[in-house]
Design a protein around this ligand. Structure first.
Ligand code: AR6
Length: 185
């Protein structure tokens, strides 16, 4: 019999790693791996807009008309309502497209996570759920992304302002890739 570990706490319980659909998470903020247009797309972005309903897109349009007329730059984050999702906010961030590693991808991926965490803190959130930003359509290698995210969260865990950070992987194998990086530490 194969026993699958679908959920695991790391970094003193601050971070929960799990397999699931992020649109089902009951947290204060759900992070969306968006694109600069903020007008929706496939992957996790499509799932969030589909399940959250049109009020999220309405607010994204307002963001484009006001704060970011040229689109949300890579690495930045912005919040909207969460529509029908079981969250107070959706934090939209744009991860980097993977061009081979020499185009500042690592820093930009860190920025996407850091700016989302900071924005959640400013909004008074205690819990947040992240998808695996950039590792789908944007092609960031999963193991490399896992290392970047783990290092960043290890650092964050020294002085955390949020109570819980959930990393929601869409497949068991993505979950295991992350756990392999944790295990190597
Ligand atoms: N819950 C959790 N994770 C999910 C879900 C879900 N419901 N759906 C997909 N994933 P991607 P990116 C995982 O492509 O690489 C969009 O079209 C997926 O398996 O959603 O940052 C945007 O509009 C993968 O591991 O985001 C942009 O144009 C991870 O989420 C572009 O894709 C990220 O995959 C952004 O690309």
């Amino acid at each position: 019999m194969i026993i699958l570990f679908m959920e695991k706490e790391i970094l003193g319980g601050l971070v929960v790693i799990k397999v699931g659909d992020i649109t089902e998470e009951e947290v204060d903020a759900i992070v969306n791996a968006a694109n600069s247009s903020l007008m929706g797309g496939g992957g996790v972005d499509g799932a969030i807009h589909r399940k959250g309903g049109p009020s999220i897109l309405e607010e994204c349009k307002k963001v484009r008309q006001t704060l970011y007329p040229n689109g949300l730059p890579t690495g930045k984050a912005v919040a909207t309502n969460a529509g029908n999702l079981k969250a107070k906010y959706v934090i939209h961030t744009v991860g980097p497209v993977w061009y081979g590693g020499g185009s500042n991808e690592e820093e930009l991926l860190k920025d996407a996570y850091k700016n989302s965490l900071e924005l959640a803190e400013k909004l008074g959130c205690q819990t947040i759920a992240f998808p695996s930003i950039s590792t789908g359509a944007y092609g960031y290698p999963k193991e490399k992304a896992a290392k970047v995210v783990y290092d960043l969260l290890k650092d964050y865990s020294k002085n955390p302002k949020l109570k819980q950070i959930r990393l929601v992987f869409f497949s068991q194998s993505d979950f295991e890739t992350f756990m392999k990086v944790v295990g190597n530490e």
